[in-house]
Design a binder for this molecule. Structure first.
Ligand SMILES: *[C@@H]1O[C@H](CO)[C@@H](O)[C@H](O)[C@H]1NC(C)=O
Ligand SMILES: *[C@@H]1O[C@H](CO)[C@@H](O)[C@H](O)[C@H]1NC(C)=O
Length: 199
């Protein structure tokens, strides 16, 4: 039992190593076996907005299999980091069902300057249904991200109130360690599922 758990943990760690992360920006969803997209439907991208040092970025989709996607394709030209997640409209999800897709976050002025790349994920047929919400790791630090207000209160849990202040998006410090513990919790759910599958 213990050796199976260790094996599953190592396998998970290996799978996660495909992701790229710079400036605290990491893609939480989609990516990996538990966080797929559904073809021709609205799908979400979720990132570590509370840790990111980039105020905005371009969201692109890529695949090394050119029979599925001939070239890296922009989905959202300018995304604000403080949004923390973005629904991608169904009319932009024209990519066929298949594996090996990645979401890429890049410099809005120079998309060869890559900020983050997700783990590979699958686009599945509608019949697969969306993955459970609980598969997405919770970014605790995102609660501290403010939409352009200058009042960043550590520990504030309410929704941002940035109406018309005009100051740039900002974030508070201190919370990033919470995110890594929530990632671990999410990973452990994955390990538990993997172990259950082995038994
Ligand atoms: C996109 O996919 C192509 C084809 O595999 C690859 O050469 C390129 O490095 C990828 N770009 C990024 C930003 O991951
Ligand atoms: C774009 O970004 C890449 C990677 O950081 C860099 O090598 C290249 O010089 C940049 N191009 C321009 C025009 O700034």
């Amino acid at each position: 039992m213990l050796s199976k758990l260790t094996f599953a943990t190592l396998a998970l760690a290996g799978a996660a190593s495909a992701a790229v992360s710079n400036g605290g920006l990491k893609i939480l969803a989609p990516g990996g076996d538990g966080l797929w997209w559904i073809a021709a439907q609205q799908n979400n991208v979720v990132w570590t907005c509370g840790e990111s040092t980039f105020p905005q970025f371009t969201i692109l989709i890529n695949n090394s299999d050119t029979s599925l996607l001939t070239a890296i394709t922009p989905l959202i030209a300018v995304e604000q980091n403080y949004n923390c997640n973005q629904g991608i409209a169904s009319n932009l999800i024209t990519q066929p069902v298949g594996t090996g897709y990645t979401i890429v976050l890049a410099d809005i002025l120079n998309s060869t300057n890559i900020y983050a790349v997700s783990d590979p994920f699958e686009i599945k047929a509608l019949s697969a249904g969306y993955p459970p919400t609980s598969n997405t790791p919770v970014d605790q630090a995102s609660a501290t991200v403010s939409k352009g207000t200058s009042s960043n209160v550590v520990g504030q849990t309410g929704s941002p109130t940035g109406a018309g202040s005009g100051s740039p998006p900002a974030k508070t410090g201190g919370a990033p360690s919470l995110r890594s513990s929530s990632i671990t919790a999410g990973a452990l759910v994955g390990v538990a599922a993997a172990v259950a599958a082995l038994l």
